[in-house]
Design a protein around this ligand. Sequence first.
Ligand SMILES: Nc1ncnc2c1ncn2[C@@H]1O[C@H](COP(=O)(O)OP(=O)(O)OP(=O)(O)O)[C@@H](O)[C@H]1O
Ligand SMILES: [Mg+2]
Length: 259
Amino acid sequence: MTKASSASEVLLHANKVTKNFGGLTAVNEVSVNLSKGQIHAVIGPNGAGKSTLANLLSGDLPPTSGYVSLNGQDITGWTPEKISRHGLGRSYQKTNIFRSFSVWDNVRLSAQSRSQPVPFNPLAWLTQANHMNDVNARAERAIELAGLENRRHAMAGAASHGEQRQLEIAMTLATEPQVLLLDEPLAGMGQAEAESMVQLLLRLKASHAMMLVEHDMDAVFALADQLTVMVNGQVIASGLPAAVRADASVQAAYLGEDH
Ligand SMILES: Nc1ncnc2c1ncn2[C@@H]1O[C@H](COP(=O)(O)OP(=O)(O)OP(=O)(O)O)[C@@H](O)[C@H]1O
Ligand SMILES: [Mg+2]
C-alpha cells in the first residue's frame, strides 16, 4: 500500500472538475488528489488542459461542474486570494515577476500580500513593527528555501532564466502554502538549471503537497510519486509512474517511441 492511498494525507481533492469554453471542453471530469509529501505530475500534449486544470484548482477559473476541496473544506467558487490564504500557492507557465525590483523585494511583496492588514490600535507602531518582522522573516525563509540567498540584491530582470523561475517559486513559498501548483517550472531551462530545479522541488516535496505540470520527462520521472496523463481534456491514465509509463494507450497517445 502506498502513501497515496491514505485518505488522511490528501490536502487537495478535485472531484470530476469540468471546464467548458463555449463548445470546447478543456477539462473533462478530471479528479486528482494531492497528498502531503508527494509530487503528482500532470503531463499531456499542448492544449491537453493541464494549465486549465491548475486554474480550476487555484480559483483562477471557476469549474463548469465538479468541486474542489482543500484541507477538507469545499473551496469551489472561492477567489484565488481566499484560496491562497487557505494554503494553496501556485506559479504560472509564463514568468510573472517585477523585473525592475530586486529578488528580495519581489519575495517580500509576495509575503506581504498574504498578511492581514494591521487593525488600528494605540500601540500601532509596536504592532506594525512586529508585523514587518513577520513579513521579513517569511520572505527570508522563502529566499533560503528556494536557494536564492546569494542573489537577494540582484535585480530580478537581470537574473538568469533559471534564477527567475526559482524566484517565482520563492514568491509562491512566501505565502507559506501547504499545497503547491507549479505550471512548467522547468520551461526554457538548460540542463544544469533543470537539474538544480529538480533538486529544489525534491527539497520542497517533504513539506508540501505538489502538483507539477511539466513537459520535461526526465524531470517528471525523477520527481513524480503519482502521474496523470491528460489528452484533449481527459485523463487517459493515472497512477504510479512506472505503471502509467507502461500503459500502451499512454505510449500511443503521448510518450511515443522515445519512452
Ligand atoms: N480562457 C480560455 N478561453 C478559451 N479557450 C481556452 C482558454 N484557456 C485555455 N483554452 C483552451 O483550452 C485548451 C486547453 O488549454 P490549456 O492551456 O489548459 O492546455 P495545456 O495542457 O496547459 O497546454 P500547454 O502544454 O501548451 O501549456 C486549449 O485548446 C486552449 O486553447
Ligand atoms: Mg499549459
